[in-house]
Design a protein around this ligand. Structure first.
Ligand SMILES: [Zn+2]
Length: 419
């Protein structure tokens, strides 16, 4: 039996009385309480999560659809944790069984009113993006913090976002009526509905005076003033479309406060006022870049000096090679890599070094040494867990087991000079 939807004609009905037509245990697959709707009143223990499916002859509970989440509330003394639309029937998922007969329903009004503000605000924003900026809305999502619409077309620049937000808030301040209209698809098309609808029979449409007429089965505020401030927060690319983030009413206030708290926290770290945060951050980043550059130059200079000393300490062997094999317990991997590179500047010299703290391996040779660093690394790593690669003159890798660095280096040194 088709459930009569009381919210179609009275979206402000917070309480209602209805007949319970059926109440059955939900299947295991259905019997999960949706995230965010669990309350302290939901029973704990082995029964937690067990739900019942309730059908009523009429309801004010809105089921999840059209981007707007379902309502929560009570039916008698049972909690309504989910509401879904099954063809023409609305199914209420409740946390305890209820008897057939008459039942009193109460909607969690704060949640529903918030949804109506966001949803009606979306109508206003979408109409403005479409009519003023040729950016039609492809989809809408009402999240727990922010709402988004995906629009299609050119990139909505900051200028467009600001102009759309200002125009949307003008509609709010003009406090225009939001009316429900019924008619056939032809009648609605004649009245100026933008979207073509393929459903037959009587359709429901929402009219925002002088702004738009759209087929919609959702719940809306009565006048645009009830939407409250519309706050457009930003945009990001999403496949071929643009995802515009926004929030209305108390959410807009909450988000603006949260965003400012973030800015204040950043300013506190930078020891400045929120107004100075951007220039202070620019200064810090510039300083960091300068320090990075100068420390890189210092590392290079130290590596050159150390490499020269290390090369002088090692005698050329009978095979004409000089091999500098070394474990580094401290210093940075950047230093160790520079050291290996600098050692290999000396004729016929090979550097085999491991940074024991990170397990990073650097093999480098002077081209006249005529060995194969990539081959040596791969051969050695076969015996020890790790990975890496490179070219004939230079290869780098990483040892998985840091405890075996010394063993690894001994193995590689022997493999380089098979006796
Ligand atoms: Zn709507």
């Amino acid at each position: 039996m088709t459930t009569k939807r009381l919210y179609y004609d009275d979206a402000f009905a917070q309480e209602f009385t209805a007949q319970v037509l059926s109440c059955e245990p939900a299947s295991a697959a259905e019997a999960t309480i949706p995230a965010g709707t669990v309350t302290a009143e939901t029973p704990a223990g082995p029964q937690a999560g067990a739900l019942w499916r309730v059908k009523l002859d009429r309801t004010a509970f809105y089921p999840t659809s059209g981007g707007q989440p379902h309502d929560t509330g009570r039916l008698g003394d049972a909690r309504v944790v989910d509401v879904v639309d099954e063809d023409d029937e609305i199914i209420h998922f409740v946390d305890k069984p209820i008897a057939t007969g008459s039942v009193h329903g109460i909607i969690d009004w704060e949640r529903r009113f918030d949804h109506m503000q966001q949803h009606t605000g979306q109508h206003v924003l979408s109409a403005i993006f479409h009519s003023k900026f040729a950016l039609p809305t492809i989809s809408f999502h009402l999240g727990s913090d922010v709402c988004t619409i995906d629009v299609r077309g050119r990139e909505p620049t900051q200028e467009i976002l600001d102009a759309a937000m200002a125009a949307a808030n003008d509609v709010v301040y003009a406090d225009r009526a939001v009316n429900v209209k019924y008619g056939s698809a032809e009648q609605l098309a004649a009245a100026g509905v933008r979207k073509t609808v393929e459903r037959s029979g009587t359709l429901r449409a929402i009219e925002i005076e002088t702004l738009e007429l759209q087929p919609c089965g959702g719940t809306h505020v009565q006048r645009t003033g009830q939407i409250g401030t519309i706050f457009v927060r930003g945009v990001s690319r999403i496949r071929q479309d643009w995802r515009v983030e926004f929030a209305c009413g108390r959410r807009a206030e909450r988000l603006a406060r949260k965003d400012f708290a973030t800015l204040r926290a950043v300013a506190q770290r930078l020891n400045c006022s929120p107004q100075e945060a951007v220039s202070a951050a620019e200064r810090v980043v510039a300083e960091r870049d300068a320090h990075y550059k100068s420390s890189k130059a210092s590392i290079q200079r130290i590596a050159e000096i150390d490499a020269r000393a290390a090369v002088q300490e090692i005698q050329i062997g009978a095979d004409g090679l000089r091999v500098v094999a070394k474990l580094f317990g401290d210093g940075s991997p950047e230093y160790v890599q520079a050291f290996a590179r600098e050692v290999a500047q000396a004729e016929n010299t090979v550097a085999l070094v491991v940074h024991t703290e990170s397990g990073q391996i650097f093999f480098s040779q002077h081209p006249w040494a005529k060995k194969d660093m990539n081959g040596l690394l791969n051969e050695s790593l076969k015996q020890f867990a790790g990975k890496g690669g490179g070219s004939r003159d230079s290869a780098r890798g990483r040892l998985a087991d840091l405890q075996r660095a010394s063993e690894f280096l001994t193995f590689a040194t022997r493999a380089l000079r098979p006796s």
